[in-house]
Design a protein around this ligand. Structure first.
Ligand SMILES: Cc1cc2nc3c(=O)[nH]c(=O)nc-3n(C[C@H](O)[C@H](O)[C@H](O)COP(=O)(O)O)c2cc1C
Length: 174
């Protein structure tokens, strides 16, 4: 017997339009990454879900950073960034890299330093080490476009972010 189709019902808008807009955006499921840079003789890192591929040839990726982030200069002036795509096993790191000092974020986290000087997280689902290609100021964020100089990937399971929650991407194929 076929399952009865359920027509999606519009959700009553929240009283606060800004909150409602955020809720609408959160319906778009993403992966979760940690972006990192090396600047001012220090490692910088933060959780990021605005990562996306831009171009295959040349290999370009993007993400956007809030202009008020304390690490804005580290990412816009250091000449590049790494992107570590988090696996399900790395979910605690998504919270760890969204708060606290940079020393606290990297404390006890297995990582490898690329020839560029930037760290990437070990055991990530995938990683990209990028030179900054273009910086675009856009509203309260800056878009960083990076040229991929090296990358890798593993067979780990993917961590997702959807409706403001961490979720597990599962392969639905039979
Ligand atoms: C799942 C998740 C995704 C995030 N994505 C972004 C993002 O794409 N861009 C951004 O600027 N902040 C993003 N943040 C917030 C930053 O991680 C957080 O504000 C940042 O680590 C604060 O660091 P700061 O010390 O540089 O201000 C995200 C946070 C979480 C939990």
């Amino acid at each position: 017997m076929q399952a009865t189709a359920h027509a999606p019902q519009p959700v009553t808008p929240a009283a606060d339009p800004a909150m409602d807009y955020r809720k609408a955006l959160s319906c778009f499921g993403t992966g979760v990454t940690v972006v990192a840079s090396r600047w001012d003789e220090q490692d910088w890192g933060m959780t990021c879900n605005s990562f996306a591929s831009v171009s295959l040839d040349p290999r370009l990726v993007l993400w956007s950073i809030r202009r008020e982030a304390s690490s804005l200069a580290a990412f816009t002036q250091s000449g590049g960034f790494s992107v570590s795509v988090l696996s399900q096993a790395q979910q605690p790191l998504a919270r760890q890299f969204a708060t606290g000092s940079m020393a606290e974020r990297f404390a006890g986290v297995p990582s490898q330093r690329e020839a560029s000087g930037r760290l990437r997280l070990s055991d990530a689902l995938a990683w990209f080490d990028c030179d900054l290609h273009q910086l675009v100021e856009a509203g309260d964020h800056c878009i960083l476009i990076g040229a991929v100089r090296s990358f890798g990937h593993s067979d780990a399971k993917a961590l997702g972010f959807w409706r403001s929650r961490f979720v597990q991407f599962e392969d639905m194929a039979a």
